[in-house]
Design a protein around this ligand. Structure first.
Ligand code: ATP
Length: 239
């Protein structure tokens, strides 16, 4: 579904992505693991169009999308859940979902927008109960669910998830991944997941890539990476 060939990316003079190549098959969940600053977020942003790519190519279902602007990529079915739960704090849960569904409104009108919000409430019932609550007053887990629901409003085919477990209690992390698992099965969703929590990520994913200082240094099935001694030592801690 997605193929990246030798992409490079810079912040000023800093060369942050160095000839990165990867692919994601349709319906697959692929995870990127790596230490802080390895370039994982930059790679997600390069795919979604938030970060400029200099050199290299990105293909979505065989079509080159390297320099396609963000809004067009969204229309093509790529949605990103940014790191740090970037929701609108002074707005209610419902209003946040309206914002997330702006393109639904633009393309299909108000009725479809409301129907899509109701679907999100079916997926995340806790959000239905809090529809009138300000997003800033939600718990961390609820905020993450809202951030994911906002991206899902666009009915993406490819979901780019940046650190969904960040700062959340293990029980909440488990709940979020259970919901994601169900969503994947029901919606033919392909996922690229960035995680610091490598164990959670590899348990959820089919395959994984390990990044180190802007390069991919290892690629394998999630189960092989979980068993890999180097990965264990560097990213999984002790059992
Ligand atoms: P983390 O898990 O900490 O988010 P990461 O693997 O996602 O790390 P990136 O956020 O992609 O890493 O950062 C890669 C490198 O680029 C780091 O050295 C970082 O300091 C640098 N960087 C990230 N964003 C910017 C920016 N806006 N301007 C300049 N340098 C940046």
């Amino acid at each position: 579904m997605l193929r990246i060939q030798n992409i490079n990316s810079y912040y000023g003079l800093a060369h942050v992505l160095k000839n990165v190549s990867l692919h994601i098959n349709r319906g697959e969940t692929v995870t990127l693991i790596g230490a802080n600053g390895a370039g994982k977020t930059t790679l997600l942003r390069s795919i979604s169009g938030l970060q400029a790519i200099r050199g290299g190519k990105v293909f979505l279902e065989g079509k080159e999308i390297t320099q396609v602007p963000v809004e067009k990529k969204v229309r093509m079915g790529i949605a990103q859940v940014p790191e740090g739960r970037q929701i609108f704090w002074p707005m209610t849960v419902f209003e946040n979902l309206e914002m997330g569904g702006f393109l639904v409104y633009k393309m299909h009108g108000r009725r479809q927008l409301i129907a899509t919000i109701e679907e999100m409430f079916d997926v995340f019932p806790v959000l239905r109960n809090r529809r009138k609550q300000y997003a800033g007053s939600l718990s961390g887990g609820e905020q993450q669910m809202l951030a994911i629901a906002m991206a899902l409003m666009l009915r993406p085919r490819l979901l780019l998830l940046d650190e969904p477990s960040m700062g959340l209690a293990p029980l909440i992390v488990r709940e979020i991944f259970q919901i994601l698992d169900r969503l994947k099965k029901e919606n033919d969703l392909t996922v690229l997941l960035v995680e610091q929590n490598a164990r959670v990520a590899l348990n959820f994913a089919d395959r994984g890539y390990v990044m180190e200082t802007g390069r991919i240094i290892l690629e394998d099935s999630a189960s092989a990476l979980l068993a890999n001694q180097e990965v264990k030592r560097a990213y999984l801690g002790r059992d």
